[in-house]
Write a protein that binds this ligand. Structure first.
Ligand code: AMP
Length: 390
């Protein structure tokens, strides 16, 4: 039994106050809910949109008592919030997705072991608990490979690509330098993917599931730069990805909004890269190109409303504004021209400090056809790159 509908007017608790939490708060407000944001960073954007804001450490007992007493349901905007906090909250309040789902996802080794154990396709991988055993593991797994911290890595942080045996020792030394006693890593075969894809899945408390269109993603240095929707791949790939994504979320008994990242192989098989138990950067197109955004689906799922059928109103392409890009789009002539085109939607996350790999905002281009949307996004991307070199 997953509990009754959370009545409008109730307070929804969100752990984490970044742009995803802020967009969740906007969607919740539109559906007549109030939001309590708990994020230790007082500058986190969602604090400004929250009815109740808790800028205190996740270990703060006073905040725990106040927050737990206030909220009708709890969700989170990223997977690195403490699972133990979710478990404590869950004793009195529904947490959606459940802490058991978070536990399964937030450690990459646990996640991949679960997916592989359930028969879902994933890259070959092995566990590493001792940096000194890296060479031995790579002898079995082969080259090239990627070594990732099992926990707390995101946007390519805590990842090392290992192309050949001669680079094993420098990576081993980096692992040793960053190591603490309980540290572990996942070593994966490097997948020679043709494209990267992702798909959003909304699943309600009664198991009703909605799958969004498949999208294509372009990453650079481990960080998402561009998303194009719909992905230009054969319909068999679209159908198989949707079926797999729906099955993964059901097998986890996930309630909420999930994003599943996939690699498309040259022979058109797909492998899972990662499952996110929350809205995702590659789903920001849903704000402008769909009848219902990923954030509204998150609100609907966690409050017990049924997920809504999705209509993609236009093909779209999204470009992330990272670090200095946020300033460049305001002054570069070509960027300004592109942002002035009909169908260009600019989102500024309102973050004060610009830092090199920080996501500052994004732009979505809607068009009548996917090629036009892709071209506009590519031109913006090129202009941003050009400006960053000058
Ligand atoms: P992750 O943080 O695991 O999503 O990785 C960030 C990005 O690194 C992915 O989107 C891929 O571009 C790349 N990557 C991660 N794992 C692999 C892999 N096993 N093979 C090839 N590329 C990978």
């Amino acid at each position: 039994m997953n509990g009754p509908l959370v009545e409008p007017g109730s307070v929804l608790g969100v752990l984490g106050g970044g742009q995803l939490g802020a967009m969740f708060a906007q969607a919740a407000t539109r559906l007549d809910y109030r939001v309590a944001v708990w994020d230790p960073d007082p500058d986190a954007p969602a604090h400004h949109l929250a009815a109740y804001s808790f800028p205190s450490p996740f270990t703060d007992q006073k905040t725990f008592t106040e927050f737990a007493g206030l909220v009708a349901v709890v969700t989170y905007e990223w997977e690195n919030v403490p699972a133990v906090l979710c478990e404590r909250l869950e004793r009195t309040t529904p947490v959606r997705p459940a802490s058991s789902v978070l536990r399964r996802i937030q450690n990459r080794l646990v996640q991949k072991t679960f997916l592989a154990g359930q028969g879902f396709p994933v890259p070959r991988f092995a566990a590493l608990t001792e940096p000194g055993r890296l060479a031995e593991i790579l002898d079995q797994l082969g080259y090239p490979a990627v070594c990732k911290t099992a926990t707390a890595g995101y946007d390519g942080k805590g990842q090392w690509k290992i192309d050949e045996p001669s680079s094993v020792f420098s990576v081993r030394d980096s692992l040793t330098a960053s190591c603490h006693s309980t540290m572990e890593w996942i070593v994966e075969s490097f997948v020679p993917f043709e494209r990267e894809l992702s798909v959003l899945v909304a699943r309600g408390i009664d198991g009703q599931t909605i799958v969004y269109p498949l999208v294509e993603n372009v990453h650079e240095a481990g960080i998402l730069r561009m998303t194009v929707v719909p992905a230009e791949v054969p319909s068999t790939v679209v159908e198989r990805s949707a079926d797999l994504a729906r099955a993964v979320v059901a097998r986890m008994d996930g309630i909420g909004l999930f994003c599943l990242e996939l690699f498309l192989l040259p022979d058109h098989r797909v492998l899972f890269n990662e499952v996110a138990p929350r809205p995702h950067n590659s789903g920001h197109y849903t704000l402008d190109a769909c009848n219902v955004s990923q954030f509204e689906q998150q609100v609907r799922a966690v409050t017990g409303l049924p997920p809504q059928e999705v209509l993609l109103t236009n093909p779209a392409a999204m470009v992330n504004l990272i670090g200095e890009d946020a300033e460049t789009v305001k002054r570069d002539v070509e960027c300004r021209r592109l942002l002035g085109l009909p169908g260009a939607y600019v989102h500024d996350y309102g973050k004060r400090a610009i830092r090199p790999r920080r996501k500052m905002g994004h732009v979505t281009f809607l068009a009548h056809d996917v090629q036009t949307a892709r071209d506009r996004a590519s031109r913006l991307r090129q202009s941003l790159l050009q400006a960053s070199r000058n």
